[in-house]
Design a protein around this ligand. Structure first.
Ligand SMILES: [Zn+2]
Ligand SMILES: [Zn+2]
Length: 336
């Protein structure tokens, strides 16, 4: 029997299509991959040494102490939003607009052209997470920035077009509706129950155990009970914290190990799937609060949405979250 399941945080329902569910190994991704066998590519705009060929505006770098960089942030060449535009809200009748003010950066994660975070050294993953934190803290000092989205697109189906490992940072002059709804639902839960709904979710998931992927000193990852797609997972800090930017150095190190474990299990278990991951944090203007809990969501792109999803805002998940988690737990990544 199929089953409808609700995400307790967002109140969103999904259909877990048990009748036609595939087994975890059926999701081994054989689609064309965005990969390269070159550590340096003369045609890559992000490889060190190609700066003259592909000029870009560097915003920030983590120096290697030898004139080079370990992580670098540049302005996106085709930015969705720009800090050079004056923030301007306009309304005429029902027609409301804001000028395209904001920030759109590309964070180049490593000088090496063809490495995947699942195969990177843990200390190099830590440099990426540390860089996210530094960039978000800096960007939030700007006027009229309400929300910052940090995300990674990996592979064609996740929207990437360049092999060179990179993430993106988009700072917005508004709080997106989707974010606002989630924060408001979390606030309502806190008002009703006096506890953070994410903390409650974490303790219930640990109690049941069947959807846990990995537990480290400061983080827990699990496939969501109401996963909207196969292997849809969260990595949550164990200690309540509403803002990603409050992460400590010790937690950065632990998260790096943890993220590498989850990505490596996906990489090995279902053959380097395309995926997005997103850092979800409380909006700046809500301050440090007791009701929202930051986390990373990982969404492998193994299914496609169509008319039903557009018509309902709901998803049909053709896999069983407990089986996906069990499968990931069993993937041995000791050789990666
Ligand atoms: Zn490159
Ligand atoms: Zn919490």
């Amino acid at each position: 029997m199929s089953e409808l399941r609700q995400n307790i945080v967002y109140k969103e329902w999904v259909i877990i299509a048990k009748e036609r569910a595939k087994r975890p190994h059926d999701f081994i991704d054989n689609s064309p991959k965005l990969v390269s066998d070159k550590e340096y590519d003369e045609n890559c705009p992000f490889c060190p040494g190609n700066e003259d060929k592909f000029p870009n505006t560097e915003v920030w770098r983590l120096d290697d102490g030898k004139g080079g960089w370990l992580v670098k942030s540049i302005f996106n060449k085709y930015p969705a939003l720009s800090p050079d535009v004056e923030y301007k809200w306009q309304e005429e009748g029902i027609f409301r607009t804001i000028s395209g003010y904001g920030v759109h950066e590309v964070l180049i994660e490593t000088p090496i052209h063809n490495v995947h975070p699942a195969l990177m050294k843990v200390e190099d993953v830590a440099k990426i997470i540390y860089s996210y934190k530094q960039r978000v803290i800096e960007i939030l000092k700007m006027n009229d920035i309400e929300y910052v989205v940090v995300f990674r697109n990996h592979g064609y189906k996740a929207g990437a077009s360049l092999v060179h490992p990179h993430s993106q940072i988009l700072a917005l002059p508004i709080i997106p509706r989707d974010v606002k709804v989630r924060v408001e639902e979390a606030f309502k839960y806190f008002s009703d129950h006096g506890v953070c709904v994410f903390c409650k979710m974490l303790s219930d998931e640990l109690k049941v155990g069947e959807r846990i992927i990995h537990e480290s000193e400061h983080f827990v990852s699990f496939v969501l009970f109401a996963a909207s797609s196969p292997f849809h997972s969260w990595i949550l800090p164990k200690k309540h914290s509403s803002r990603f930017t409050d992460i400590t150095d010790e937690e950065v190190d632990d998260l790096s190990k943890h993220l590498k474990v989850v990505l490596a299990k996906l990489y090995k278990g279902i053959s380097n799937p395309d995926y997005n991951y997103i850092v979800r944090t409380s909006p700046f203007s809500y301050g440090k609060n007791k009701f929202f809990h930051w986390y990373i969501t990982i969404v492998p792109r193994l299914t496609r949405s169509a008319g039903f999803e557009l018509g309902s805002g709901m998803f049909i998940n053709p896999s069983i979250p407990e089986e996906d988690a069990k499968f990931l737990r069993s993937v041995d990544i000791s050789d990666l």
